[in-house]
Design a protein around this ligand. Sequence first.
Ligand SMILES: Nc1nc2c(ncn2[C@@H]2O[C@H](COP(=O)(O)OP(=O)(O)OP(=O)(O)O)[C@@H](O)[C@H]2O)c(=O)[nH]1
Ligand SMILES: [Mg+2]
Length: 209
Amino acid sequence: MSLPAVAQFPAKYKVVLLGESNVGKTSMILRIVKDTFNPEQRNTVGASFFRHAAQTSTSVVLNYDIWDTAGQERYRGLASLYYRGAAAAILVYDVTNAESLEKARYWVGELRRAADVGECEGIVIVLVGNKIDLEANRVVSTNAGRAMAEENGCFFVEASAKTGTGVPDVFKIIGDKVFEINAPAMKQNEEGLLTSRNQNSANKKSCRC
Ligand SMILES: Nc1nc2c(ncn2[C@@H]2O[C@H](COP(=O)(O)OP(=O)(O)OP(=O)(O)O)[C@@H](O)[C@H]2O)c(=O)[nH]1
Ligand SMILES: [Mg+2]
């Protein structure tokens, strides 16, 4: 689909971060949005909201409303508020913590169930293995992470919010896939806008007042 380079679409896409506590969800989003890292990042309470705009590989700018959820068990019941209507989910696990991959598997199941009942149809899921800078402590292999992503129809990235390695790939994947899914509707809107603009100028020309 050829759309003008650096086209801006007013639509906003909801993105949710999910995963066990301490896997680095907040650190990941802060690296993406502010290019910072805090080694003493505090646990999220409830959820935090971020805005982000990023270009797809075809130079279309998409806008995102991002919900960074709290991974602590006591907040688990709130998660559906944040994934409902989401265009994409970033499921984070920690490559130094095998249980966190199981938690990510739980979230894929939740998202698939929610998609089946129409709460987040067509959701793009990216599984992110974080903290790859801690290679010496790694317990989840790249192959194990990739296999879990493939089994569950997810995209897969390994990253480090600390060093920034792999982090830009997350929104590259989301952007390209969300754009692919929504491009027909965007194109229609664009044509609709052009038609109504042309009609307006035609009306103006024919107006003699
Ligand atoms: N070495 C290393 N540490 C990281 C990385 N990402 C996050 N951390 C650290 O891991 C801890 C937890 O990070 P958070 O971003 O708060 O984790 P979270 O998933 O948002 O946790 P909750 O808000 O409780 O769900 C913090 O001490 C971070 O500094 C990483 O890529 N490498
Ligand atoms: Mg957090």
